[in-house]
Structure formats: structure tokens, C-alpha cells
Write a protein of this length. Structure first.
Lengths: 309, 328
């Protein structure tokens, strides 16, 4: 969680310096969810995320170097500089992408789950999206099919309260989004997102249901992003008081307090912080010094080579 | 050779490829128990069962996306759109996902998927059901776009499409499903390469490039022109992306004139792309401006007399050939 936090803070700094271009959506405040999910899954499982994808990629084990280099548009990035912040990929770790059309990747997750069922493979798919996604058609069709075919997929709504700048009460007639699960004949669940252990427990339950043939689950996790929607968003649509209040439930603070409560001393935790700082510093150096993205890679990745048949 | 209907040729292609590769499956509306809205998939459910011939709810974006996701992890889906008109609600899946994953992942994820179904006007099904969709999809890097005119090409190209490692938009024709034509005998496997034009009729006086439904309009017009002493050479690109212009250029060097005939609207699309390429690749050989005979630039009307005016006719083809030939 600390790695994600520091990575995102450093990304923001480098964005301000002009080292990173395009859109940059930070995961600060939501870290517990990605870490809990990575813990709840097996290595063979599949993961889909939106454009706010740095957290889950790092939680899954992508190196901060590859992640930072991608933001810097370098050949050593996880998508060789072709994807950028919104399109991280790490196929070896089952991370099948950051996707940047709201609601567009949910059906893909149903598709990889379809493969698991078709081929009799023990692989669960987990698919993250925001509260904003729950109003678009892609959400409806993906959950419809997943429910109909009892696919081994967990749909996780990271409800951070805002669809870009519009609060939930102005985008949905529902206060509790998890009731939508009923409409698709699947299990629904809902929990707070600032306590990594709680989230992990609840996601593990949904993942096990999928793994054991119990079909999909729709899980709503209540969370909050401490930064704007993207770097260009000053987040004027919410009050300082609200933000400060939510920061009282910083997922990192929750963990720190709990660890100290069970006797881990503060110096050990500070040492971990320093280690992470050094790791992220190294990632920035690596990204900075890496070779730029390559034109030949761009040209050769439009179409896949055909097999000789 | 034996004669088969276009529809049967397509069915054989799917049947053979599904027998050959267990990763190939067919998914779409009414493809199974109903035996296909246009009977292209008739009998496939009986042989392969519900696991591999999958009826879906009416949810094109959903099942197109499921197909893409399945393809990303190794299956080879055939996604049937009842008609290509309904692909518009799945447009984002095809454009933003199928055509982009390979590049966004820097070549780590292939998407071997075929989207297929009838394209273009049928008969009096009016504006929302008569779209000729090639222009939308041919403009997208990352896709192959195939539009076969004959049963033989339909079979051989669909087989190649299913074996392709890339997303393929496969445009059939409702009015072509009943067309009979030669197809290699059973047991003779023919894979027609993606991206290869075909000489459909040799001639010396004017080149006509055409595909899909107007292919047959053009062949009939060519016979009428031959009776008047104008021998047309007809070339069918078969694949619209990637586009093979070599045969067209070679032909234009001989005939020094060319008419492009297509069903889609005149604004852009493969028709305009062919004209653009030929004027550059064969500029010194042209004795007349390139002409196009296209679907008229209007939404398709319902009334038959008007629909007949909108679609390319033999008369319009003959007029265009005469214009570029400076003949009366």
C-alpha cells in the first residue's frame, strides 16, 4: 500500500515537471482495495481495471520501474510506451489491462471468465470499475451475460463517490449500488474500503464463490480518492471538510495503527517507509534514463503476425 | 468443384474449422436452437452442442465483448451479428477493444476473433437495416475487413478469417446467401489468403473494381457492354483491409480507365480509398478520370422503386464505363 501511495505521489510530481503527459488518474486513498484483491486472488487469475490502474498493477507485482517507465513513455514501460497511464498490461501476472472507455471492459472480463468455464480452467476473473460505470449500457450487458451464464467473475465497483466531478446522488437513484446485483441474478455484497483486512475477507468470499461454481458476485466497495479525478481536476465539487474527514480513514493510517496495536514498533514502520521511498526514487531514475518508445514496435504491433497454416 | 449456395459455403467453413479446432465457437442471437436468423448456422448446434454454439440475449455490446475477452485468453470466437446494422451498438467493443488490445499491450495480447453477419441492403428493410458498413470498419488500423462476393470466396476467406490471429470484420450479404457458385469438392481444403484481389472477368477496354452485391450487377453490365464491343475487366478486392491494389494497377495499365462500383455511400470508404490509390499508382496510365458508381448519398428508403434507384444499377455502371471510354 505504501508503494502505491509513494508511486502515485511521485507520478504527480513528475507530471507537474512535464515528464508525464496525457491523463493521469491517481489511486491515492483507494490503495486498500487493490492490495486486498491481489491477496484474495491466485496467480493464475485474471484482472481487469479501469484507467485508474497503477494500484492494482503494483499490488499484483509489477515493478515500479516498469510502471513508472510507462508513464514516462519509455520502451522499458509495461506497455513499451504505447499504452501510458491508462493502459498498463502485465499478461504474465494475469493483469489484462487498464481500460479507458467507461464500462467498456466489463464484457471483456465476462469473456475471460467465459473462457475459464469453456475450457474447464480454474481461473477467476476480477473486474474493477467505478460508480460512474454502473449507469452505462456496458455494465448492464456484461452483468446480464455473466449472471445468465453463471460465469466465474467478480465485479468490483470501487465507489469513490464521484463520477469524475458528479456525486453519486446526482448520477444514481440508488444509495446502495449493490442492490443492482439482484437484477442480474447474482450475489451482491457491500463493504467499506479503508480497511484492507475487511476488503480482503469480502473479496475472498466472492472469489471463492466464483471458483466453486457459485457464479458471479457484484461487490460495491465504498472508498474515496484523496486527489482529483485526474491531474487536471482541482476537485472544486467537494468541500475541504469532506476531504479532511475522509482522510481520517486513510487506509494507510488504518494499517499503521493496527500494526502498532499488535506491537510493531514505529521505527520498523519508518524503515519500511524509507525503503519504499528509495524504491520509488530508483523507479523514477530508471524511467528517466530508459530509452524512448520505439517506432518499429509501434508499427509492428498494429496487427499480429499470422500463423502459417 | 461442385455448386453450393453462399450460405452453405459459409456454414461449411464454420463446420470444418470447428471440427479442426476446439477453441473455435459460434456465439450470437438465434444461432443455435433457431438455426440462424438466415440459416447460416443451420445444423451446427446438432453437431457441436450448446457449449460451442451459443445463443445470446439481444445484447450485441455484451456478447461482442465476451468474445473479445475470450479471444484475449486463447479462444477463437465467431461472433454473429444478426445483421451488421446491429454492430453499431457494439461499435465501441470492436473499435476501442478488439482493434486496440494488441497495440496497447505492445503485442502481448492477440485477439483472434471473427465478427460476421449480413451487411448492406436486403429488400425494402428501410434505413436502419440497410447499412453498408465497410467504410466504418475499413478506417480502423488493427482490423481486417473482408467482403466476399462468391460462395467460393466466402468459404475460403471465412476459413482464413477464423485462423487469423487478428480481429476480422466479415461482411456477408443477405441477398447473396442464396447465390449458387463453384466451391472446391468436399475434402479439398482451400484457404483463400486475406488481402488478395481476384480477377473475376478478363477484359481489355475498361477496368471495373467491385465487390459484394454490386459484383453481380457489374458482371451483368459487363455482358451487355461486351455486346456493344466494350470488354470490361472486373476485379474483386475480396478483402477491403488490407487492400491489394496490385491487380487493379496492372489492369489499369492495360485498359487505361477504371470505374469503381460499390454499395456503400460515396463519402470516403474503400471506394474512395481505391480511387485515391489508383490515381497515384497508375497516374501515367489513365486516359480518363476515375469514376465511381455508388449507393446514393441518402438514408435507404422503404419504397421499392426508390430503393432500386439508390443501389447501383446496370444502367449506371454502363453509363460510367461509357463516360470513361468516351463512347456513346
Amino acid at each position: 500500500m505504501m508503494t502505491i501511495r509513494r508511486f502515485e505521489e511521485e507520478a504527480a510530481r513528475n507530471y507537474a515537471k512535464g515528464k508525464i503527459g496525457g491523463f493521469l488518474h491517481l489511486y491515492i486513498g483507494q490503495e486498500a482495495i487493490a492490495v486486498a484483491a491481489a491477496e484474495a486472488l491466485e496467480d493464475r487469475d485474471y484482472i481487469f481495471q479501469t484507467y485508474r490502474d497503477h494500484g492494482i498493477a503494483l499490488a499484483r507485482g509489477m515493478s515500479p520501474e516498469a510502471a513508472m517507465a510507462e508513464l514516462f513513455g519509455k520502451d522499458t514501460g509495461c506497455s513499451r510506451g504505447l499504452g501510458g497511464s491508462m493502459h498498463y498490461f502485465d499478461v504474465e501476472r494475469g493483469f489484462l489491462g487498464g481500460w479507458a472507455i467507461v464500462g467498456g471492459h466489463l464484457a471483456l472480463a465476462a469473456g475471460t471468465a467465459f473462457k475459464s468455464k469453456y475450457a474447464g480452467e480454474d481461473r477467476v476473473t476480477i473486474c474493477f470499475f467505478g460508480d460512474g460505470s454502473t449507469n452505462i449500457g456496458g455494465f448492464h450487458e456484461a452483468l446480464s451475460l455473466a449472471g445468465l451464464w453463471k460465469l466465474p467473475v467478480v465485479f468490483v465497483c470501487e465507489n469513490n463517490q464521484y463520477a469524475m466531478g458528479t456525486p453519486l446522488e446526482r448520477t444514481s437513484p440508488l444509495k446502495d449500488l449493490s442492490v443492482k446485483a439482484q437484477g442480474y441474478g447474482m450475489a451482491g455484497d457491500r463493504c467499506e474500503g479503508h480497511d484492507v483486512e475487511v476488503v480482503q475477507e469480502r473479496l475472498a468470499e466472492a472469489v471463492e464463490r466464483a471458483r466453486n461454481g457459485g457464479g458471479p458476485t457484484f461487490v460495491e466497495i465504498l472508498t474515496y480518492r484523496f486527489r482529483g479525478h485526474s491531474m487536471s481536476d482541482p476537485a472544486k465539487y467537494r468541500t475541504r471538510t469532506e476531504l479532511e474527514q475522509r482522510k481520517q480513514q486513510d487506509p494507510l493510517g488504518v494499517v499503521r495503527e493496527r500494526l502498532m496495536g499488535i506491537g510493531v514498533d514505529e521505527n520498523t514502520l519508518d524503515d519500511i517507509d524509507l525503503e519504499v521511498d528509495a524504491e520509488i526514487e530508483e523507479a523514477v531514475r530508471f524511467a528517466d534514463e530508459s530509452e524512448p518508445a520505439r517506432e518499429d514496435v509501434m508499427m509492428s504491433s498494429v496487427l499480429s503476425p499470422e500463423a502459417d497454416s | 468443384m461442385r455448386e453450393l449456395r453462399y450460405r452453405e459455403a459459409l456454414r461449411e467453413a464454420m463446420l470444418e474449422e470447428m471440427r479442426r479446432d476446439g477453441n473455435v465457437f459460434l456465439m450470437g442471437e438465434e444461432v443455435g436452437h433457431y438455426q440462424g436468423a438466415y440459416k447460416v448456422s443451420e445444423g451446427l448446434l446438432d453437431e457441436f452442442g450448446e457449449r460451442r454454439v451459443i445463443d445470446t440475449p439481444i445484447a450485441e455490446a455484451g456478447f461482442a465483448g465476451v468474445g473479445i475477452g475470450a479471444a484475449m485468453v486463447g479462444l477463437r470466437p465467431i461472433i454473429e451479428f444478426m445483421t451488421w446494422n446491429f454492430s453499431f451498438v457494439a461499435f465501441d467493443q470492436i473499435i476501442s477493444n478488439a482493434a486496440k488490445v494488441y497495440q496497447m499491450s505492445a503485442g502481448a495480447i492477440q485477439v483472434p476473433i471473427v465478427f460476421r453477419g449480413p451487411n448492406g441492403a436486403a429488400k425494402q428493410v428501410a434505413s436502419q437495416h440497410s447499412h453498408s458498413c465497410a467504410p466504418f470498419y475499413t478506417s480502423i488500423p488493427g482490423l481486417h475487413v473482408i467482403q466476399p462476393s462468391t460462395p467460393r470466396d466466402a468459404k475460403g476467406l471465412l476459413k482464413s478469417a477464423i485462423r487469423s490471429n487478428n480481429p476480422v470484420v466479415f461482411l456477408e450479404g443477405e441477398t447473396l446467401y442464396g447465390v449458387m457458385g463453384d466451391v472446391p469438392d468436399e475434402g479439398v481444403e482451400e484457404l483463400i489468403p486475406i488481402g488478395q484481389s481476384r480477377l473475376a472477368r478478363p477484359g481489355t477496354d475498361c477496368t471495373i473494381v467491385t465487390w459484394g452485391r454490386p459484383y453481380y450487377t457489374v458482371l451483368a453490365a459487363a455482358e451487355r457492354l461486351a455486346a456493344e464491343g466494350i470488354e470490361c475487366e472486373v476485379i474483386d478486392p475480396r478483402t477491403l483491409r488490407p487492400l491489394d491494389t496490385a491487380l487493379m494497377v496492372q489492369s489499369v495499365k492495360k485498359t487505361n480507365r477504371c470505374v469503381v462500383v460499390h454499395e456503400h455511400w460515396p463519402y470516403g470508404g474503400p471506394g474512395a480509398e481505391i480511387v485515391d490509390r489508383l490515381q497515384r499508382e497508375a497516374f501515367d496510365y489513365l486516359d480518363a478520370p476515375l469514376e465511381r458508381v455508388t449507393g446514393l448519398d441518402v438514408p435507404m428508403p422503404y419504397a421499392l422503386n426508390l430503393e432500386d434507384k439508390v443501389l447501383p444499377t446496370e444502367e449506371r455502371v454502363i453509363d460510367a464505363v461509357k463516360r470513361v471510354s468516351y463512347a456513346k
